[in-house]
Design a protein around this ligand. Sequence first.
Ligand SMILES: Nc1ncnc2c1ncn2[C@@H]1O[C@H](COP(=O)(O)OP(=O)(O)OP(=O)(O)O)[C@@H](O)[C@H]1O
Ligand SMILES: [Mg+2]
Length: 142
Amino acid sequence: MEKKIFITQSANETQEIAKLFGKTFKGSIIALYGDLGAGKTTFAQGLAKGLGIKKRIISPTFVIVRQYKAGFKNFYHIDLYRIESQKDIEGLGIKEILKDPQNIIVIEWVEKIKDLLPKERIDIYFEYLDENKRKITYEFGY
Ligand SMILES: Nc1ncnc2c1ncn2[C@@H]1O[C@H](COP(=O)(O)OP(=O)(O)OP(=O)(O)O)[C@@H](O)[C@H]1O
Ligand SMILES: [Mg+2]
């Protein structure tokens, strides 16, 4: 498995690496892991910029799923923080969203639906090092 590690010194730097990632990303599913405040939403915002999305990306914590247009593709930002188990996602359309390889999907608190994730994805781990420092590890599943 290929791994890549970054240490970022600010939220802005996390957004910059996410933006670069978004510019070259050819896959579909990006799974984000890490504690509260680790930088998952910050990363998703930079990623959206890299995909050419101009709209401001706001955290989907309360609605769980937000959809944006990214050229001819759809970008989905999903936050599962408020769901308790896999069965809580019934009716949200997440299974269908995951099935379409034309979608670009970034998911926070993704461990809650780990069994539903295809192997073809990128896992990104966020670790808090200090107030402004984060360790970000990309693990490519394919
Ligand atoms: N190097 C850094 N990378 C990312 N965020 C940073 C960094 N340094 C400081 N921060 C701050 O940490 C916070 C990260 O919050 P963010 O909402 O991105 O976390 P999250 O992982 O999405 O949390 P949650 O699980 O609550 O959704 C922001 O306030 C951001 O400004
Ligand atoms: Mg978040």
